[in-house]
Design a protein around this ligand. Structure first.
Ligand code: SIN
Length: 288
């Protein structure tokens, strides 16, 4: 029996959890309950936490090994902890478009844990969209078509010289250019969640390049339809951060979008990204 209190925040996804101090060495039972809440609600929120980078990483490791981002440098001595900073002079923010973290890897991440260090006076909320709800709302015909398809994912668009993430180089240490050395990986367009069995769309505007085996024009038409459909308001929730807030989302079933509506102000977050426990990897694309 734990002291967790779980309150839903929107119809499609999202729950706020109280009654837990994430900086402590939590009992296995508490971690199991947080994990259950994560997979059920797809994104969970905590308030008033006080996490050093070490404690944030320690909490993250209870859910799986931590990812080291291939294009964004982590903190000195703690490469798994990524600082997400927008300085007052920055025009572009990191994560300012719908995406699932790390879908461009051979084995994508299962979840991301984001902690608010410093926030603008207003703005800077994050939107989340349930890709399970987006899948559920499709017709049986389109579901059947998508169920057998794979899509190719790559970081090249986002981290190429002109990509939004690459242009963050000033205040975040983003790799000089991802062109030329990023791989392409194929993932099913519909993922069956390994823990809940629920299906979710698994394509996103930032990292999904095309449908495997389809012409570019055919692929573009269907992907554009899905990208529009998947951000329908009823599938979303919105989180207004305060210092010490934490969001933990399931990248297998959720898109997110960091709003860039606080020009001239500073926003500083820290993220750890959880990989799955070692298991079979996705299939590399033929082009790799
Ligand atoms: C991210 O895409 O991981 C950043 C989200 C945010 O800063 O709200």
């Amino acid at each position: 029996m734990t002291n967790l209190n779980i309150r839903r925040v929107a119809g499609a996804l999202g729950a706020e959890i109280t009654g837990v101090d994430l900086s402590k060495d939590l009992a296995d039972e508490t971690i199991a309950e947080i994990r259950r809440a994560l997979v059920e609600h797809q994104v969970i929120f905590f308030r008033d936490q006080d996490l050093t980078p070490e404690r944030q990483a320690a909490f993250g490791r209870r859910f799986g090994p931590l990812n080291i981002h291939p294009y964004v440098s982590g903190m000195a001595g703690q490469p798994e902890v990524m600082e997400i900073i927008k300085e007052p002079s920055d025009r572009i923010n990191f994560g300012g478009g719908w995406h699932s973290d790390m879908s461009f890897l051979r084995t994508p991440s299962i979840g991301s844990i984001l902690y608010a260090v410093e926030l603008p006076e207003y703005g800077g909320d994050t939107l989340f969209a349930s890709q399970a709800a987006a899948y559920d709302a499709l017709s049986d015909g389109l579901k059947a078509t998508l169920d057998g398809l794979n899509a190719v994912h790559s970081a090249s668009r986002e981290y190429a010289a002109t990509g939004a993430s690459a242009q963050k180089r000033g205040s975040m240490q983003v790799a000089a250019e991802a062109d030329g050395y990023v791989g392409e990986y194929v993932h099913p367009m519909v993922l069956t969640h390994p823990e809940t069995g629920r299906k979710a769309l698994y394509v996103n505007p930032a990292f999904t390049m095309k449908i495997e085996g389809w012409k570019t024009s055919e692929s573009k038409a269907l992907l554009e339809y899905l990208f529009q459909h998947s951000r329908y308001e009823a599938f979303t929730c919105r989180f207004a951060w305060a210092k010490g807030s934490v969001a933990f989302w399931d990248n297998r079933s959720v898109w997110h979008f960091a709003l860039n509506d606080y020009p001239g102000q500073r926003r500083h977050m820290r993220r750890v990204t959880v990989d799955p426990w070692p298991q079979a990897a996705s299939v590399p694309a033929a082009a790799e």
